[in-house]
Design a protein around this ligand. Structure first.
Ligand code: SF4
Length: 196
């Protein structure tokens, strides 16, 4: 159904994807994509972000919501990337998880999409909901859902799977009113809140 699914966040390198992913918390990708081109023109490198005061950055990212926390995370992430990793976003999950603002979901997004490294499965709200609907997990905690998914999805599909499920969650399998009559997975789906 979604053979060409990919990450919708605009970016040119791993650092820009890390910033965009932090900004995408509780915000649409569309809104993030309206903010990031101007943001990256103003602060072209991690060093530029590391040098800015969070209060100043918060003003630049205000429209993405939760801007004070996001600004602190981004400045903290920039300082760590500059001071500990020579200005390059690291490419292992262990190192990524030491970066402020980068929990497993963010780390998996950056490693999978920017580096092509299958470090795990991105579990966001869409992946949580749809994995439950399709009986791929009975868990509700994202870390446990990811542990279930990596056991049953072949590793070579981990990166694509998340992109596909996220697209499915936006296109048809929405939280409130899934369009089950148009869904190709209908005959495989036994979700309690299925609408046919
Ligand atoms: S049949 Fe409905 S609930 Fe099941 S995956 Fe498709 S859209 Fe989602």
């Amino acid at each position: 159904m979604y053979p060409d699914a990919t990450c919708a966040l605009l970016h040119h390198n791993p650092w820009e994807l890390l910033v965009a992913t932090i900004l995408s918390a509780q915000c649409t990708d569309k809104r993030v994509n309206e903010v990031t081109p101007g943001l990256f023109a103003k602060y072209p490198t991690p060093r530029d972000f590391a040098a800015v005061r969070p209060e100043v950055l918060a003003n630049d990212i205000r429209s993405t919501g939760f801007f004070n926390n996001k600004a602190k995370s981004i400045v903290g992430a920039a300082q760590r990337v500059v001071n500990e990793f020579g200005g390059q976003v690291p490419n292992t999950i262990e190192e990524m998880l030491t970066i402020p603002g980068a929990a497993r979901k963010t780390a998996n997004v950056v490693l999978g999409t920017a580096y092509g490294i299958a470090s795990g499965v991105v579990v966001d709200t869409h992946v949580s909901r749809i994995s439950q609907r399709l009986d791929l997990t009975k868990n509700t905690d994202p870390v446990k859902i990811e542990q279930d998914l990596v056991k049953i999805i072949p590793k070579e599909r981990w990166i694509l799977f998340s992109h596909q499920i996220i697209l499915h969650g936006r296109a048809l399998c929405t939280a409130r009113s899934p369009e089950c009559e148009r869904c190709d997975l209908n005959s495989l789906c036994y979700a309690a809140d299925k609408r046919v």
